[in-house]
Design a protein around this ligand. Structure first.
Ligand code: SF4
Length: 305
C-alpha cells in the first residue's frame, strides 16, 4: 500500500498497470424514488441523481466534445463507462442490454461501472449481467449501490425506500455472479454520529464489498435536507469532524476494500453547505494527515468476524 489506504489509483496501477478514468454517463434513466413508484420527491439529500459532468449516452460513440466535458485525460481503453445518473438497472432489460453492450463493445472503455439501487434488479437483469460478463471476458462489470447508511432509522429519514434485507439479497446475488460491488456511504446524516458511521463500516465489512465511496452529506438547494439545513434544523459537519470520522472509518475498514472516493463533489451552484467541501484537495490532504498523526493505516482496527 503506497498510501495509508488502498486507493483506487494505486489499485488500478497494481491491477491494470495504468490509471482508469470514469466517464460519467447519463443514459436517460429515472429511479423509483422519483417516478412515483415509491415516491416522487427523491431521497432527501438528492438533487436529481445526475452528476455535474455526466454526458448524455445513447449507446452511440462519444464525441470529442463529450470527452472534453467529462474531463477525460486518458487514451482509448483507459476509461470506465460509468452509468452514473439515477438508477441504471431501472429499465427494460432489452434497453439495458443495448446500452451495456454498446459500451462493452467500445474500445474506449475497459469496462462498466453501473450505479443503481438494490431494489432495481430482476431475474432478467441478473441473467443479463451474467451473460454479458461471460461474453465480454476481457472487460469488467462493476455495480455501485447507494446504501448510504446501515442504520434503518436513517434510511427512513433520508427516504431511501428499501430496508437492509433488500441490499443483503442483492449483494448475495451479485456475489454469486462474482460481480464486484462498490457501495456508497454518507457521513454527516442527521441524527448520526461516529458510532453510526462505524456501524455502517462494520456492516459493509460483513456483507463484503470490493470498493467504497465515502461522501460528505452536502446540503443542496431544492432537497428536503437542504431546506431543513436552511431552516436551522440540521447542522453541517465541520471539516475537522469529517476528517476525523473518515480516518477512523478507514482504520476499521477491511484493508482489501478499494477506496474509490473520500469526498463528495461540490455540486456547483446548488451547494448550500458545507462550503469548506469545495476544496477537495484540502480535505484529502487533511484525511491523510489525520491518519498519519493517529498512526492509522486502512484496516489497522479491522476485526474479521
Ligand atoms: S439518490 Fe438515487 S435513488 Fe435517491 S432519488 Fe436520487 S437518483 Fe433516486
Amino acid at each position: 500500500m503506497e498510501e495509508r489506504y488502498n486507493s483506487f489509483a494505486g489499485w488500478c496501477r497494481r491491477t491494470y498497470g495504468r490509471h482508469l478514468y470514469r466517464i460519467a454517463l447519463d443514459a436517460g434513466m429515472t429511479c423509483p424514488n422519483r417516478d412515483g413508484t415509491l415516491d416522487s420527491r427523491g431521497c432527501a439529500f438528492c438533487a436529481g441523481g445526475s452528476g455535474d459532468f455526466a454526458v448524455s449516452y445513447t449507446g452511440a460513440k462519444l464525441s470529442h466534445e463529450d470527452l472534453k466535458v467529462s474531463g477525460a485525460k486518458g487514451k482509448e481503453g483507459d476509461y470506465i463507462a460509468y452509468f452514473q445518473s439515477y438508477s441504471n438497472t431501472y429499465a427494460e432489460p432489452e434497453r439495458l442490454r443495448a446500452l451495456y453492450t454498446a459500451a462493452l463493445c467500445d474500445p474506449l472503455f475497459a469496462g462498466l461501472s453501473i450505479a443503481t439501487r438494490p431494489d432495481c434488479f430482476s431475474e432478467e437483469i441478473y441473467d443479463l449481467l451474467a451473460e454479458l460478463k461471460n461474453t465480454y471476458k476481457e472487460k469488467f462489470i462493476w455495480i455501485e449501490l447507494g446504501l448510504q447508511s446501515a442504520n434503518e432509522e436513517s434510511a427512513v429519514r433520508m427516504r431511501r425506500g428499501y430496508p437492509l434485507s433488500v441490499y443483503e439479497n442483492c449483494m448475495s446475488r451479485l456475489h454469486a455472479l462474482q460481480i464486484p460491488v462498490i457501495t456508497h456511504m454518507i457521513i454527516g446524516l442527521p441524527q448520526e454520529d461516529i458510532s453510526d458511521y462505524l456501524n455502517t463500516i462494520h456492516y459493509l465489512n460483513e456483507t463484503g464489498i470490493s470498493g467504497i465511496k465515502i461522501h460528505l452529506l452536502h446540503f443542496l438547494r431544492g432537497t428536503d435536507f437542504g431546506r431543513e439545513y436552511e431552516e436551522g434544523h440540521i447542522r453541517e459537519l465541520s471539516m475537522e469532524e469529517y476528517v476525523q470520522a473518515v480516518a477512523l472509518c478507514l482504520a476499521h475498514l477491511d484493508p482489501d476494500t478499494v477506496i474509490h472516493r473520500l469526498t463528495g463533489d461540490g455540486s456547483g451552484e446548488i451547494l448550500l453547505g458545507p462550503r469548506w467541501s469545495r476544496n477537495k484537495k484540502q480535505v484529502l490532504n487533511a484525511i491523510r494527515h489525520e491518519m498519519k498523526m493517529k498512526g492509522y493505516v486502512q484496516g489497522c482496527l479491522y476485526e474479521q468476524k
